[in-house]
Design a protein around this ligand. Structure first.
Ligand code: SF4
Length: 366
């Protein structure tokens, strides 16, 4: 059975690694493009959120390359994510794309629930192999996250425009090529060397912006119109509040891996503004905005797909957080109508505002 999954940023690297480790045949959907979006938009309800449309486009493109089953994360309410995978399956059925659907629902009580679901995919593989494969996929996610974090620091300081992007591409290819845990350790050393070869001006003055919001639009450069690259080129050091390996640890491993950033801290910081789960990453959006303000960031950008319920809740609370913590926040709503030029114009205006505020602060303290 040939398995596919949502492309979603660089998630494909770790899912491909995990499945191939278990000798499962994989069809990676082509990189998300305008064509993917057009396919998804054509067949989904107009008011479905952007990630659903992009997933649908990914699955249609993968089907044409021979994929037979979809592997997707599941979730619970209160937002639409709980029935998201099943809606996609129904739409695909109507279009005569006859897929099997495998949903990895987050475990409710114990990580063994997650292991059982992965094992269903692989038939005869032993528990030991399943655990090793999951660990391998997780290590790949961590390696990719590390490269992304380095690129966020180096992009605003690079001397040769575009050198970080090029280095990241090469580093990602090294990580993707690794077929075993030992290979990955070697690839990681090479990838770090590649990233450190970017020539930087470490004395350049940069401003710092935290990115918060809905996970898909945070992780996927196509859906957020390459926001991290644009900000980097405007001299902004970006910190993203969610990385894939952190999400996996929080939601699928139930926090088994210690000493990594977890959603708990952000959820605690969201009190008293938001005292309960609203679905998606609404609590984290509020909590991380508070934490960015406390950590001296110049501003925060919230990313949300049009009609994303948890982020609409968070958006309505953010003005109070801005006032109390004296931090500037801009919300960017993304859908199939979003255009890169329009986003760049808004980013330039926001960055200009933050630079002026920084200059004023520095003038007062000088
Ligand atoms: S979190 Fe937002 S974008 Fe994601 S499924 Fe829920 S409503 Fe849609």
């Amino acid at each position: 059975m040939k398995v596919t999954f949502p492309h979603m940023g660089y998630m494909w690297v770790c899912l491909k690694a995990m499945l191939e480790y278990l000798d499962v045949e994989v069809v990676v959907p082509p990189p998300t493009s305008k064509k993917t979006l057009t396919l998804g938009t054509k067949h989904a309800s107009e008011f479905a959120c952007l990630p659903l449309k992009l997933n649908l486009g990914n699955f249609i493109e993968a089907y044409e390359l021979g994929a037979e089953a979809i592997l997707m994360a599941g979730g619970c309410g209160p937002c639409r994510f709980g029935y998201y995978a099943y809606v996609q399956k129904e739409i695909l059925n109507d279009l005569q794309y006859n897929y099997n659907l495998i949903v990895l629902e987050p475990p409710e009580k114990h990580i063994s629930e997650f292991l059982i679901k992965v094992k269903q995919l692989t038939g005869s593989k032993s528990w030991y192999q399943v655990i090793k494969a999951i660990r391998f996929g997780y290590l790949k996610a961590k390696a990719v996250d590390e490269m992304e974090k380095i690129s966020l620091k180096s992009r605003p300081r690079e001397l040769n425009t575009g050198s970080t992007d090029l280095a990241f591409k090469l580093a990602l290819a090294e990580i993707d090529r690794a077929g075993t845990t030992d290979d990955l350790a070697v690839a990681l050393v090479k990838a770090r060397e590649i990233m450190s070869s970017v020539i930087l001006d470490n004395h350049r003055s940069v401003i710092k912006i935290g990115l918060v919001g809905e996970i898909y639009t945070l992780l996927d450069p196509f859906s957020n119109q390459n926001i991290e690259k644009h900000l980097g080129k405007m001299g902004v050091e970006v910190d993203r509040s969610i990385y894939l390996s952190e999400w996996v640890n929080d939601h699928l491993f139930m926090g088994l891996v210690k000493n990594v950033r977890s959603r708990e801290e952000a959820c605690r910081a969201s009190r008293p503004y938001l005292n309960h789960f609203v679905g998606g990453h609404g609590e984290e959006t509020i909590g991380n905005t508070v934490l960015y303000a406390k950590n001296g960031y110049d501003g925060v950008i919230q990313l949300l797909p049009f009609t994303c319920m948890p982020e609409i809740v968070a958006q309505s609370i953010l003005p109070g957080v801005c006032t109390d913590h004296n931090i500037s926040v801009m919300s960017l709503i993304l859908d199939e109508q979003s255009g890169e030029a329009g986003i760049i114009t808004r980013l330039e205006a926001f960055v200009d505002l933050l630079n002026r505020k920084k200059e004023q602060r520095e003038a007062v303290t000088a």
